[in-house]
Ligand binder design. Structure first.
Ligand code: HEC
Ligand code: HEC
Length: 272
């Protein structure tokens, strides 16, 4: 199944990959190409994962995903770091044939560029059904104006997160710390109890958003007890409740949520 998806996309992708935003340097045709990324993943597993982790999460070498949208390395810089190593930095030169080195660049790039720009392993349609059905995600998240309001709106999540971040958000919600979304239970001096997520807390006030999306602006003077949960209010057992293919499918669905094209299915060349 995964193989088929990769192949189908591989057929459509090179066209999209060559389409550039004005003023940008042309990209190497392997960037965003499903087959090259898969080949790069294999090479990465053999030559880089021992130091950088299988998904670039880091180990002896640094995490290669942290720089995600903030300071992405240029493709050329990446290429030469791979080929020549980092002298004095403990990273050996790979000296791969040029094509293979670009495959590795394509893979590393796929870890950090917006999920929307990369081919996906899972099935978007099944992911959509899971999201709005069995997995219960829509109870807390909105997409295009539908769904719950406790968690962040995911309408544009494919354009603002890389695929590994989407996966991590589902299987390990505490990983990002989520300082703006801590679960909170508030007991008011009036005796009333409110539950939801704490937004914008200061020493004097607290905005509590409840599961219906209502925002309660509370002065701390009204509050007799405030209990904040550690970490994310998102359920932490999805990794147990859902199988790996189901998580792949959810990631695939989320990765296609972007405001850029009018509808998620449109091809990339229309996404300017
Ligand atoms: C023996 C361990 C080791 C291996 C194998 C290795 N690296 Fe590294 N890598 C490192 C270390 C250590 C650094 C940090 C060097 C420094 O910053 O001084 C690094 C740095 C990097 C950087 C720069 C990160 C940044 O944020 O500036 C990239 C990109 C990178 N490695 C990619 C790769 C790729 C791709 C491969 C496989 C072809 C690979 N590395 C193989 C240890 C390794
Ligand atoms: C009980 C409510 C709840 C449920 C159910 C829930 N989430 Fe979340 N989710 C949240 C909250 C709150 C956050 C923000 C805190 C955080 O990042 O963990 C969040 C964060 C996220 C993020 C990161 C958003 C970002 O901006 O980086 C993603 C992606 C996500 N959820 C996807 C899902 C998916 C997929 C499901 C179903 C498998 C799901 N959520 C189920 C409440 C929920």
């Amino acid at each position: 199944m995964r193989f088929c998806v990769a192949l189908c996309l591989a057929a459509a992708w090179p066209v999209a990959a060559q389409h550039e935003k004005e003023g940008e340097k042309p990209k190497h045709p392997f960037i965003g190409d499903a087959k090259a990324i898969e080949a790069g993943r294999t090479l990465f597993g053999g030559g880089c994962a021992a130091c950088h982790g299988a998904e670039g999460q880091g180990g002896r070498g640094p995490n290669l995903r942290e720089r995600v949208m903030w300071h992405p390395l240029e493709d050329d810089t990446l290429f030469s770091a791979i080929q020549k190593g980092i002298p004095g930095g403990g990273m050996p030169a790979a000296n791969l044939p040029e094509d293979q080195a670009w495959q590795v660049v394509a893979f590393v790039r796929s870890l950090t560029s917006p999920a929307y720009e990369n081919p996906v392993a899972g099935d978007v349609k099944i992911g959509q059904e899971l999201f709005w059905g069995k997995a219960g995600c829509s109870g807390c998240h909105q997409i295009q104006g539908r769904g719950g309001k406790l968690g962040p709106d995911l309408t544009n999540i494919g354009a603002t997160r890389a695929a590994p971040q989407l996966r991590e958000a589902i299987v390990d919600p505490d990983a990002d710390g989520a300082p703006n979304y801590r679960g909170a239970t508030v007991v008011l001096k009036s005796g009333k109890t409110l539950r939801g997520v704490a937004r914008n807390r200061t020493n004097y006030s607290l905005q509590l958003q409840d599961a219906d999306g209502n925002l309660h602006l509370l002065s701390m003077a009204e509050v007799s007890e405030l209990t904040l949960t550690k970490g994310s209010p998102m359920p932490k057992d999805f990794a147990q409740r859902l199988g790996k293919p189901e998580i792949d499918n959810l990631v695939a669905y989320l990765s296609r949520q972007s405001l850029r094209p009018p509808e998620p299915k449109k091809k990339k060349e229309e996404s300017k």
